[in-house]
Write a protein that binds this ligand. Structure first.
Ligand code: MTE
Ligand code: MO
Length: 387
């Protein structure tokens, strides 16, 4: 199935015919924020820089084009640290081994014959918003597969098995204490986290076979976790008595902060894991004399989203609950009455159901952070209201 990809210019000039076509294409993906006749998207004045690592970041969400609550597969972002492996699904097997009573190997058909479960989950890369060329490392999909927990129960985790290691088929060279090693991409998770009933061994995305870019034939889907935990091109699941301490658990994907005082600084290093509360303005839409701001919020159960224009007061947005799922983003709209001509800044913040507020950029959580991971600070974008 083809989906329209519109250039910014096409968006600006989108007329009746284009919109009718869009509506048709979007019908399959229930839209939360479709453009209406007469709508015109005002492009942000600030734009991400050109992606210098296309071999790692394959695609990104374009916020101005955010039209459907479910991100079509063609538009989904993709990340690969060790290149894009080619896997023959007929030769492929998933092996469960390590500290278990009965190791097991399963074909894709074996996995598909097991109970099927679906979850709608907005997956965000923990590096998203942390680099000048990376603001579209996010997407929302309906993932389908078989739940992980019953499989772990079946193989029988031994008493000393405390950590579940997910190993991908992709591999690369890593120098560890002066030794050149070849290592597969891998992440581990505590057994209690891995046993959560929402975790899936996923082979389907938005009703289609899982695309190669997103981990075919099988990936882990761990709702509520940053992208990095959702291991693609899964090959082995091993139960270990210790935590995995590879590049993706202990060297890279570590958030470094400086706290304490200038005289006595305290440096902390913590592992990137669960997703954090965040929101973003997606686009400003003009229709005749009326303007609206649209956006999304995710990373925790959302109770409200607020918008700040220039240095004004925080104002409530209207949440669109017509499409919702526990681990999925929430779309919101704000009617911007009579904006003055010229340039404006637009900042948003999300509040979760336990009253946590998305941190400002000068909040110590963000300001003391040295590394670019977990950049969930409030996002400000600039727009021009033309005469
Ligand atoms: N095997 C494997 N799994 C992986 C990665 C990888 O490089 N190799 N990248 C991770 C990262 S950093 C992210 S953000 C997500 C991205 O998922 P997507 O490519 O389906 O959008 O996959 C994760 N799973
Ligand atoms: Mo990521």
């Amino acid at each position: 199935m083809q989906h329209p990809t519109l250039s910014r210019r096409e968006l600006l000039v989108a007329g009746g015919a284009t919109l009718a076509t869009l509506a048709l294409f979007n019908a399959r993906f229930a839209t939360a924020a479709p453009l209406q006749p007469g709508d015109e998207v005002l492009p942000w004045l600030d734009q991400p820089e050109e992606n210098p690592v296309p071999e790692v970041i394959d695609n990104q969400l374009v916020w101005e084009k955010l039209d459907s609550w479910i991100t079509p597969n063609e538009q989904f972002f993709g990340i690969a640290h060790y290149g894009w492996p080619e896997i023959d699904p007929s030769q492929w097997q998933l092996t469960l081994a390590g500290r278990v009573k009965t190791p097991l190997s399963l074909t894709l058909d074996d996995l598909k014959a097991r109970p099927r479960q679906e979850v709608t989950f907005t997956i965000e890369c923990s590096g998203n918003s942390g680099l000048p060329f990376f603001d579209g490392g996010i997407g929302n999909a309906r993932w389908a597969g078989t739940p992980l927990a019953p499989l772990l129960e079946e193989v029988g985790v031994l008493a000393d098995g405390s950590e579940v290691v997910f190993v991908g088929a992709d591999k690369g060279e890593e120098v560890v204490r002066e030794t050149k090693t070849i290592q597969n991409f891998a992440r581990s998770m505590a057994l209690t986290d891995a046993m959560q009933p929402e975790n899936l061994l996923c082979y389907e995305m938005n009703g289609e076979p899982l695309p190669a870019r997103n981990g075919a034939p099988l990936r882990l889907i761990a709702p509520g976790w940053y992208g990095i935990a959702n291991v693609k091109w899964l090959q082995r699941i091993e139960i270990w008595p210790t935590r995995l301490a590879n590049r993706f658990m202990a060297r890279d994907y570590v958030t470094v902060r400086q706290t304490g005082t200038e005289a006595e600084p305290i440096w902390t290093e913590s592992l990137v894991g669960r997703a954090l509360l965040k929101s973003a303005p997606a686009r400003v839409v003009r229709n005749g004399d009326s303007y609206r701001i649209e956006g999304a919020a995710w990373g925790a159960p959302i109770s409200s989203v607020e918008v700040k224009i220039d240095e004004g007061a925080w104002q409530r947005t209207r949440l669109d609950r017509s499409q919702q799922a526990e681990a999925a983003w929430v779309f919101w709209t704000f009617n911007w009455a009579h904006p003055a001509l010229g340039e404006h800044t637009i900042t948003t913040r999300a509040v979760d159901t336990t009253s946590n507020v998305q941190p400002a950029q000068d909040d110590p959580l963000i300001a003391n952070k040295i590394t670019y991971w977990e950049s969930n600070g409030q996002i400000t974008r600039r727009v021009n209201i033309p005469a």
